[in-house]
Design a protein. Structure first.
Length: 755
């Protein structure tokens, strides 16, 4: 195909990023470029037909190419390049997006410079939220706009890591035969980039960010990469090092390019690739087969102290900087590399282990409720604990309100609903009636505040009750990266009770994930600053996996959780009765009257309007203040919860996933809905997507935001109310105060840590 000299082609490989693809495409088309070609390559035709892609309503200006089968990301990019017609080629992942005007600036520099490669920096979102931070390495390396003649003058280009950060001249790619290695089905970017930068005659740097890389989250736990991943990572290191060695010629080992690549190889084996630990364990034959290859690769990777004087290495080295791997000093770096050359993987692993000693965490206290606590078996007398794990939108607030308002009646029956750690009545919830229950206990546990827990046990002792009920919303800690440590600590704190019985209400899984999202949005949590589809990309696996949610709790407490069907309980008006019976509370408490309280989920129009506000307002105090006013003005809508945000196909998929992961586990613990009936209900649901957000909801959001307090508050000391001057300074002296954004503060802190 004859290239169009004025056209730029952006290649977007697609696998399953339906939640993000529209924004990715729009971010290209909204750049104001006169002639831009967007090519989407569908590399997952088994799951997404042409009709499925068409249903996304991308744009008539987008060209979609269907692979006949899944061939991998490198092949998708190659397909896109082959089908493109632009004189400039760029790559965009389907879950990323360009900043407004960012691509246009990069194109302008590429045209004016005539560079083979034009690089631009990238911002990164935090897990699950739209807040952006710069990539530290790019900030250190590519901080100024400049143009250089090849890698000899653009040394930092050797550490460009991603193909999607650059625009490439089409004729440059063709003359040098540059394509993506389709055998390198993962981690392909680095190889393509090193091949490109070593061939480029001119390289330009934009010196600013023009795109955003979304980081994803959602796994309940992390695990070591499997053998297939380690093979691909090893293969990448081999190919990159071999390519640089070939480009450097006969005296490769003394060439700066090769030394930098060798340094990068060792660094990646220390900080980024878990290969050495797997080799030291020696369990997997497929991994062990990589050992001789690693030794051969490392044979000529001998470095001396002078590598740390290299002007580029100085900027990117993590040696001597405290990281998640501990503090790796120069002597450790060289000892690690030497052990690899000698094939002593146990010694290499020991070097890293000694650089990152894991200090034993201080044990959580084990409070007692009486003198009869045994040294190893736990208390033989004293009260039992009923622990209610309040799952979002399963009637938790109503249960807590009932027990809080009937504390005296419960206590007369030998049941204590503690005041210690219970959210205060003056809690300023975002929505009226909201209350997270015994959240104070969980917060104190996180900050290791033993005083609150000691106060709880004193209250328990004074009550002389046989049963204690603790109810805390979200005590499963589903999104906490330290959940297993925190859960184990909770078990230690509960060890003073005679027994612990765990109860949770669960509801139909096709709706629960959506209700979880609604609650995040309603409470002003930044995890709700995106669409429900984007939320599910990160969290649908987590929210359909009851063994993963409850398993660590059961293991820590030694007690099987009992599950109650929320939907069946509500339908029969038996929510309190089912809880009390399951908890083994005295029969007379069943007669307690439900509290007159409405805490219904807002309608989907209100949720979408609130989600828009949550996305646009980053300040948490201002956001919650605005949402408080917004929801206070909403009229109750009894039909609201039945209006789903999710298409029936998505709900059916969630239900199917739950059946596969959780049905047996749930049934053994008391939750066994009629799945066939639920699927049938979804199939006949007369669902329609939200076409527009009503004007009155948008107006409410606008008014609620306008009504928030944004003016600075005066200081408490009247003597310091100085209107534009600083006490102790001359009133004519101008004082400039700089308030760094959070991401800027993090960069400053990081830079200080390197000194």
């Amino acid at each position: 195909m004859t290239p169009n000299p004025s056209r730029i082609s952006i290649i977007i490989p697609f696998y399953n990023e339906t939640a993000y693809l529209r924004m990715a495409v729009r971010s290209v088309l909204s750049q104001g470029l006169a002639d831009v070609e967007v090519i989407v390559v569908n590399d997952n035709p088994q799951a997404y037909s042409p009709q499925d892609i068409a249903a996304l309503n991308l744009s008539p200006r987008v060209r979609v190419i269907q692979h006949d089968r899944n061939r991998g990301l490198p092949a998708a990019r190659n397909t896109g390049v082959a089908a493109s017609s632009g004189s400039l080629i760029g790559f965009l992942d389907a879950d990323d997006y360009y900043l407004t005007g960012g691509l246009a600036l990069q194109v302008d520099l590429a045209r004016k410079s005539g560079a083979c490669i034009t690089q631009a920096n990238c911002l990164m979102t935090r897990h699950g939220v739209p807040d952006q931070v710069p990539l530290p390495r790019e900030t250190d390396l590519f901080f100024a706009q400049r143009i250089a003649t090849g890698l000899a003058r653009a040394e930092e280009a050797q550490f460009i890591t991603s193909s999607w950060s650059s625009l490439y001249r089409r004729d440059f790619l063709e003359v040098n035969g540059l394509t993506f290695d389709e055998a390198q089905v993962k981690f392909e970017d680095r190889l393509f980039v090193i091949q490109a930068v070593t061939a480029a005659k001119k390289i330009a740097f934009l010196g600013r960010a023009n795109r955003v890389w979304r980081r994803r989250s959602g796994s309940i736990s992390t695990s070591r990469p499997d053998a297939a991943v380690l093979v691909l990572q090893m293969q990448l290191l081999e190919k990159c090092l071999a390519h640089v060695r070939a480009r450097c010629g006969a005296k490769a080992t003394g060439h700066p390019w090769f030394k930098r690549e060798a340094f990068n190889t060792v660094s990646r084996l220390i900080w980024d690739i878990e290969l050495v630990a797997a080799l030291a364990e020696g369990r997997d034959p497929a991994v062990m087969a990589l050992g001789p290859r690693l030794v051969a690769m490392m044979r000529d990777c001998q470095l001396g102290n002078q590598i740390f004087e290299d002007p580029v290495i100085k900027r990117v080295s993590r040696v001597g900087v405290k990281t998640r791997k501990g503090l790796i000093r120069r002597v450790d770096f060289f000892a690690f590399a030497k052990a690899l050359r000698e094939g002593d993987f146990a010694a290499a692993a020991k070097v890293l282990a000694e650089c990152n000693p894991v200090a034993p965490a201080a044990p959580f206290p084990r409070p007692t409720t009486g003198p009869t606590t045994g040294p190893t078996t736990g208390p033989t007398t004293g009260p039992r604990l009923v622990l209610h794990l309040g799952m979002h939108k399963t009637g938790t607030t109503a249960l807590q309100a009932l027990m809080a308002e009937n504390r005296a009646a419960l206590r007369s029956e030998g049941v204590l609903f503690p005041k210690t750690g219970y959210a205060a009545t003056e809690l300023s919830a975002v929505r009226a009636g909201g209350n997270p229950g015994h959240l104070g206990l969980l917060q104190a546990h996180r900050r290791r505040d033993d005083a609150v827990w000691q106060a709880l046990m004193r209250e328990v002792d004074r009550s002389d009750c046989d049963t204690v009920v603790i109810s805390c919303e979200n005590m499963t800690l589903p999104m906490d990266p330290d959940r297993e440590v925190l859960i184990a600590g909770l078990a230690a704190r509960f060890a003073g009770f005679r027994s612990v019985e765990v109860i949770a209400f669960v509801r139909r899984p096709d709706l629960w994930a959506e209700m979880f999202f609604r609650e995040l949005v309603s409470n002003g949590n930044r995890l709700g600053a995106r669409s429900v589809e984007e939320f599910l990309v990160d969290y649908d696996d987590l929210l359909t996996d009851l063994p993963a949610l409850f398993g660590p709790i059961e293991a820590a407490l030694g007690s099987r959780v009992t599950l109650i069907d929320h939907d069946a309980s509500v339908a029969g008006n038996q929510h309190w009765a089912h809880f009390a019976q399951t908890a083994g509370l005295p029969p007379r408490v069943l007669a307690l009257a439900p509290v007159e309280q409405v805490y219904a989920s807002p309608g989907r129009d209100a949720i979408l309007a609130a989600q828009m506000l949550t996305t646009l307002v980053a300040d948490p105090d201002q956001l919650q203040q605005a949402l408080r006013g917004f929801f206070a003005g909403q009229e109750p809508d009894p039909a609201a919860p039945r209006q789903s945000l999710l298409a029936p196909a998505t709900r059916d998929r969630l239900l199917t996933t739950f059946q596969a992961k959780s049905a047996d586990f749930a049934a053994e613990r008391g939750y066994a809905p009629d799945y066939a009936a639920l699927h049938a209900q979804i199939a006949v649901d007369a669902w329609q997507p939200v076409a527009t957000i009503p004007f009155d909801q948008l107006e409410r959001i606008s008014h609620a935001f306008t009504q928030t307090e944004t003016a600075p508050r005066p200081t408490a000391d009247p003597a310091r109310k100085t209107l534009g001057r600083v006490v102790g300074r001359d009133r004519n002296e101008m004082v400039l105060r700089l308030r760094l954004r959070p991401w800027a503060r993090r960069i400053v802190d990081w830079l200080r840590g390197r000194r």
